[in-house]
Design a protein around this ligand. Sequence first.
Ligand code: ADP
Ligand code: MG
Length: 700
Amino acid sequence: MNPTFLQKPIDYLKGVGPNRADLLRSELGIHSYQDLMHLFPHRYIDKTRYYTISQLERNNADVQIIGKITSIKMVEGKGRRLVATFKDDTGQMDLVWFRGHKWIRERIKLHIPYVIFGKTNHYNNRFSMPHPEMELLEDHEKSIRSAMQPVYPSTERLSARGITNKVVNGIMQTLFTEAKNHLFESLSQPIVTELRLMSKKDALINVHFPQSQQHLAKAQYRLKFEEFFYIQLQLAFKNINHRSKIKGYPFTKVGPGFTTFYNDHLPFELTGAQKRVLKEIRHDLGTNAQMNRLLQGDVGSGKTIVALMSILLALDNGFQACLMAPTAILAMQHYTGLQELCKDLDINIKLLQGATKTSERKMIHSALEDGSLDILIGTHAILEDKVRFKNLGLAVIDEQHRFGVKQRSKLWHKNKYPPHVLVMTATPIPRTLAMTVYGDLDVSVIDELPPGRKAIQTVHRYDANRLKVFKFIRDEIALGRQVYIVYPLIQESEAMDYKDLMDGYESISREFPMPTYQISIVHGKMKPADKDIEMNRFIKGETQIMVATTVIEVGVNVPNASVMIIESAERFGLSQLHQLRGRVGRGAEQSYCILMTSHKLSSDSKVRLETMTRTNDGFEIAEVDLKLRGPGDITGTQQSGVLNLKIADIMKDNDILKIARNYAWTLVKDDPSFQKEENQIIRFMYAQMIKFKNIWSYIS
Ligand code: ADP
Ligand code: MG
């Protein structure tokens, strides 16, 4: 690529004035020609077909119609709108605009053929199309277009300001007309040849103006490969450099805190896996490099004790430590749990959360700064600017997927050296994926549950069997156990889900009446304080049944709870089901998970339910999850901003990722300083990417 040409600001491009340039910058982060070229369509629509009005169906799909506007009028009142009558030989329909009336009125021509495109609505036996894309038939016939029309990512603000998909298409045409002689190969010849990749130039052109499905597929493959390849190259270099470059505080001694705790206060024998992981952590902490470790362990595998013992090492070496949890309930649980474990040690532990009173807060702040506070446990509140440690040596982050990368690095900057970081997660990411996503993060795995745990028995029951399930609940409660009943709450249909929850709560209350039974209810719309009260009633055993949404998904530990009922289980993802199931099976009793569904099940739902009833192994479940996941349905790893990919998808394109990873890591091993002639192009690209960081915004 010719960097100087392609780094030109988009303002220079014909058709992109200062206003549009500003919008593209602020809305999509597009600054240069190059950025614009890498704004990839997220789908393509088939515009080879023209519909007649009589052919329209009520399915609200994108359609393209040729016809004429015969009249246009304002409809006043609520929902004031401009309505045009649009006719072809087979019938008539309405075109509707809710905004931009003046602009439309000035431009629209009556009785002249147009090609319109958009989604249709059907109301009062008449079709209408809101805010259609329009083009005069005459112009439409003249313009060059491919069968597959790209649809670009957009934002509400962009479309409101007139930067429609059609406008972006036009800008792309101009861009490629100007830039096509500046597009050069960006991968080495051996790679292009071995993998039979489409050239960079053809790939870019075909992804924006596909000649055919086949061309498009080859173009996408090439661009996805390249995207993964350069990310992996960065990861590989980082991985090599990490140990030598990022300094940390070495925890050289194993002092009295750790030893006393280990010898006298450990409430149980550590499992083999816990011991191994602890050894890995101790090794990391003992070196001069900063530890950056991901601790994966299935729910109930005993990560907390590992965290505590790592914290004790920090304290033994004169440092402070913090433990951050995603919710107030969890932070509180960690706080009471750690206090209990440390009650015979001389350690000062405090809890900081949103609800902490100002006076208490001030005390905590000053105790942190003068070093008299050893361990701070808390929620996001720990990340506030006012919170300053005297010498933070270790930060433990529980349930990492709720925290973004930005927050992680905020902790890092509180010291001269970054503290060691231990990230704990119960969401098992398949190992291959973890390596590719967290290239510079070391991974430890607790793959063994504490002894004496009985495997949770999981069954699938249809709604029709509800009465039997209720009887089972009654029996378990009679034995002194507690029960969770979970309802789905999926944002889009929140109101409906909320109703399901409340209906469920009512029928449960009828089935399990007071005073024999006490029921807690917890959901996202409650005030945090009320949530805590209800949660605590259940934790203390005052209530036998907890009716809840997925807010209880993470971390809550009530060992006496032995039954987890999941309502509408077909609506949950696999990892979520597994997380929820992990709320039971924490005590010595046999536990059960009952997945309730209707009879209507998609094939994916069936696989999920079958997997859940077959296995308790989080890693196996994660692998199945990875295979099931379709486009657009992306896990926490991607949402958390670990990877911000432009065209590839870690889940969907995992095969390409593996190949790219192989090539990148081999290159870094074979030719780390880019000596080979054939790698000069990669050296150049890599240097450009580091310099103009805007291209592949990988952060870690
Ligand atoms: P998680 O990994 O889900 O955070 P916890 O750390 O909360 O798991 O541990 C779950 C339960 O198992 C706790 O009650 C804890 O005390 C107990 N536990 C942890 N390790 C062991 C062990 N080695 N032996 C027996 N019980 C253990
Ligand atoms: Mg935990």
